[in-house]
Design a binder for this molecule. Sequence first.
Ligand SMILES: Nc1nc(=O)c2c([nH]1)NC[C@@H]1CN(c3ccc(C(=O)N[C@@H](CCC(=O)O)C(=O)O)cc3)C=[N+]21
Length: 282
Amino acid sequence: MILYGREVADKMSEEILNEVKELKDKGIEPKLAIVRVGRNESDLSYERGAIKRAEKLGIKVEVFELQEDIKTDDLVGCIERINNDKLIHGILLFRPLPKHIDENHIKNAINPIKDIDCINPINVAKVMEGDKTGFAPCTPSAVVEILKHYNIDIKGKNVVVIGRSMVVGKPLSMLLLNEDATVTICHSKTQNLKEVTKNADILIVAIGRAKFINREYVSNKTTVIDVGINVDSVGNLCGDVDFDDVKELVKDITPVPGGVGAVTNTVLFKNLVKACKMQMGY
Ligand SMILES: Nc1nc(=O)c2c([nH]1)NC[C@@H]1CN(c3ccc(C(=O)N[C@@H](CCC(=O)O)C(=O)O)cc3)C=[N+]21
């Protein structure tokens, strides 16, 4: 079965719309700050999707576009202004940041209660502890939302994650563990990768290499979740999985585009409403 993200995002949006309406009835307008350093396509693609989704949800977004060569201290200054702005409830700071920026300083500058994409170490620790008062990163959360929406049971199941980045692989593995999955984390040094992945009930790929996974890595019992967002040789968006090569063979698969990415920005607004309620005492 093809696991489309659109129906997951639309279902989640119904709940978010109701919560936004309740807040507006109390005179509260949830507002997101998007902080973008430079103009790279991956950030702009996400920003476009997020702004479109915000319009549908009646949520205000303010974009802070900063110069690529901004100094760390000036970026901290921008974040502190947002931290102190009572009308802004959540911050999305696009990563990766330019190399010259001291990312450690930045991570700790974001107020944890507004850190709805989980950059601050306090929220990273809360993901580790399964503490729901924090925020998990949006892309890993989108994977869990898709599995839940399509009733794909992961309790005790053999879930293989390929990739161990701080943005996807590592936090996602913790979220899956917190849902009682048996998680195997693979990476560039893993030996006999194909044997490991062929055994997976659920295979989640987040390596950033276009069409890397083909039929040799999967079986007819595999559910494939493709977190990859790449551009192929002819300029089309594609995932880390060779969709055409495996789609007839596997049990389920998410497409790219139209899969995990399509759910990510909706999770962002689910986290924004949660942050807004926590800050306003609801
Ligand atoms: N702190 C941080 N968190 C992120 O989650 C983050 C980030 N920085 N930097 C940029 C990348 C990129 N990213 C995308 C998410 C969804 C789509 C998305 O909506 N993709 C649609 C297609 C959109 C289109 O057609 O352009 C889809 O896959 O269906 C794209 C890109 C999140 N990122």
